[in-house]
Design a protein around this ligand. Sequence first.
Ligand code: ZN
Length: 385
Amino acid sequence: MHKPYSETIELAKALIQCPSVTPNDANCQAILAKRLEKLGFSIYSLPFGDVQNLWAIRSSLPGPLFVFAGHTDVVPAGNLNDWATPPFTPSINGEYLYGRGAADMKGSLAAMITATERFIEHFPNSHGSIGFLITSDEEGLAENGTVKVVEYLKNQGIKINYCIVGEPTARDQAGDTIKNGRRGSLNGILKILGKQGHVAYPEKADNPIHRALLPLNELSHHVWDQGNEFFPPTTFQIANINAGTGATNVIPAALECQFNFRFNTEVTPEILIEKIKNLLQPYGLQYALNYTVSGYPFLTEPGVLLSACTEACEAIVNSTPALSTNGGTSDARFIAPMGTEVVELGPCNATIHCTNESVKISELSSLTKIYERVLQLLLLAKENE
Ligand SMILES: [Zn+2]
């Protein structure tokens, strides 16, 4: 007889104990690999640069490949004096487990492992395959993590059919929210050029700050699209404006404006940049415009995976999860382009990246049950192939 999911709590504690500040894995993946190896998984360690990645797979009868994805790295603890208990000493107080990574996302990793253990114990010969794609590079640059493992999988001819990323998505409790997409993110720099001069002789200069005022105002109010069924409208935010030489009597030569778009699936980076150019055109500016896309949007439309996740949440926590696409980017953006149905489903995100990060112990139990139920729904019925 299982004690009520104490295995999940114990494993979460063991992971929190490892000070895996990004991109350091601090031995977390070895702990996970050991558990998976016991279940008959083939283990592949895929380090890139200073990043540790783990790919593990276990196949049974023919069928779809379902993958749990996540990260072992955590953000820095911040000011230690603001922690009631040390960030890398897991501690239970009342209904909560405290520690850096408790919610983002060592609790989820623990739930994935114990759910898989329980599933395989009951159904050692299910249909399909179960995989684990774990990185230590989600909170940092995200250049040597999931994106590289996905490349490796493609080269191996492996295609993930369904994937749950264990990011903390819940508003109040695990199972109340599923993220079935994320907006894209575009960072840009608009440099408006003028001519440097003395403030007392403005006729001999060309003030780029004055030139910038009306067009930047227009950009900040522009409606880029209306959003759609799954996404809110695209947003534009100015993150920084910089000009001036430091002297009070100088008109500067240029103004630099940093901006960010969080964009939905109605537009593309190219469309947004073209729109900026069109909006700037009537102002007759001299400018340079550069941008980088740090993440493309993805969307998993209702289908096999969303049905299974919704059904599992309804069965375990008795409420229908809301679908959401808000928040920052996540590694799901690298997995979706394989043609994978991918969602994020994890615990409450109220304390993530904060001091005294915590996760409710009962949430880890329900999350384990939800993951286990999803495995049953996806891998016990052959027609899901
Ligand atoms: Zn995370």
